[in-house]
Design a protein around this ligand. Structure first.
Ligand code: ADP
Ligand code: MG
Length: 415
């Protein structure tokens, strides 16, 4: 007998979420930044009464969740089921799962955020039945060894626009700390390259004007300096991660990755990033300027998602050939961050702002010039050797490397 199909659509429809940006606390918003009200029906019947979990490899796995592909018995549709433990490290984390559900609910209207279909609850687990993103993580293209498997710059532009649309939507709803990294950005299909779907709001929080949010957590290579300094988290914190993401998507290089987490944190806090990598030199100047307007130490100096969408790099898809020819600049010769020769737009900086930015710019360049292994333009053979060595280390990601000792920095990191 075919089991009755749960009527998910009854419990949550797009029209039931005419939400306005929630800047003030509401009964549904807890002081911790966690949303506590959801409208999705929580099913308590056995999950497997309604879904067949497809055998074989899981779709993915995080610290507390396993995601498996499943098929809804009554429709034959494929979904991704995110199984989440309710107790983590001896603590009840149901509230955090409810928050993740609430964020997915308010994002129903955004096509850039994965859709939530249903929720099931068992004794020790909850299952989020999500739209299946068949193309998997963009991580795969970021680390692709073969040129033809990696993103082209035009791919990155299109996908980055979509990521920014999703981020802009979430920020307008005051949802921040999105844990933006290649593992949480999925594709509807990989060949041909589909559209992006942002997943995983387990670390996200809702911010409001009169309450500061400071939490030490995230993924080491993507965390912003203010997280390391235990300073307030804001939408700008995510914009830093977007800068890292753009760098990674374009080059396959994780810009702040050190040999160990301490080195990674040092690189982040010192803004020690190389803009002279060979891969970056193949890009046009506007791509660099895009990254440089995000990788800024002061959160207030970073562009917003809306400004990014207006940046010249994402405005045109014209050939980069003409601009790459002269890209054999030394560190000293490089244009300062945020400055391009492109026309002014709300996404680029005004002349006055450019002037104000100069001290910051110089600091950045000096960093790049003296940080070991990051100055590929250095003239001495010793430095060249160090640069080559560093490149070999940081060329590809090491997300799975053990990241155990966290005594130096309080709080929790997800890796
Ligand atoms: P965690 O909170 O544990 O990091 P995620 O929500 O990020 O869990 O899911 C873990 C992994 O599972 C993702 O990195 C991705 O590879 C895979 N995954 C998650 N959601 C989907 C989905 N909707 N479709 C396909 N794969 C998914
Ligand atoms: Mg994740």
């Amino acid at each position: 007998m075919i089991p009755e199909c749960p009527r998910a659509g009854d419990s949550r429809s797009r029209s039931r979420f005419p939400r306005t940006p929630a800047a003030e606390p509401s009964p549904g918003r807890a002081a911790s930044g966690l949303l506590s009200e959801i409208t999705t029906t929580i099913n308590s019947e056995p999950f497997t009464d309604h879904y067949t979990i497809l055998p074989g490899k899981e779709l993915g796995r995080g610290k507390f969740a396993v995601v498996r592909k499943c098929v809804e018995k009554c429709t034959g549709h494929e979904y991704a089921a995110k199984f989440m433990r309710k107790r983590r490290k001896g603590q009840d984390c149901r509230m955090e799962i409810i928050h993740e559900i609430a964020v997915l609910e308010l994002s129903t209207v955004s096509s850039r955020v994965v859709n939530l279909h249903q929720v099931y609850e068992m004794a020790s687990e909850m299952v989020l039945v999500l739209e299946f993103a068949a193309g998997g993580e963009i991580f795969n293209q970021c680390v692709a060894d073969r040129e033809e498997d990696a993103f082209s710059e035009d791919d990155v532009k299109r996908l980055m626009r979509q990521i920014l649309e999703g981020v802009s939507f979430l920020h307008q709803n005051n949802i921040v700390h999105l844990d933006l990294k290649p593992q949480n950005i999925l594709l509807t299909s990989s060949s041909p390259l589909g559209d992006i779907k942002i997943v995983d709001f387990g670390l996200s929080r809702m911010v409001c004007s009169h309450q500061e949010l400071r939490e030490i957590m995230g993924t080491p290579e993507y965390v912003a300096p203010e997280i390391l300094n235990y300073e307030p988290i804001s939408i700008a914190t995510d914009m830093w991660s977007i800068g890292v993401l753009a760098y990674v998507m374009l080059t396959g290089i994780s810009p702040f990755l050190g040999e160990n987490k301490q080195e990674t944190f040092l690189n982040i806090s010192q803004l020690s990033v190389s803009y002279t990598e060979e891969e970056l030199q193949q890009l046009d100047q506007t791509a660099l300027s895009f990254i440089q307007m995000l990788l800024r130490k002061q959160p207030q100096d970073r562009a917003t998602a809306e400004q990014c969408l207006k940046h010249p790099w994402l405005q045109s898809s014209e050939s980069k050939e003409s601009q790459t020819a002269e890209k054999t600049l030394t560190v000293e010769e490089q244009e300062p961050p945020g400055m391009t020769s492109s026309p002014e737009t709300p996404g680029s900086m005004s002349t006055a702002e450019e002037k104000e930015e100069r001290p910051m710019t110089e600091e950045l360049i000096v960093m790049a010039a003296y940080t070991l292994g990051q100055c590929r333009q250095s003239s001495t053979s010793e430095k060249d050797a160090l640069a080559a060595e560093q490149k070999a280390i940081s060329k590809r990601f090491k997300f799975e490397e053990p990241f155990s000792a966290l005594q130096e920095v309080p709080g929790e990191f997800i890796y």
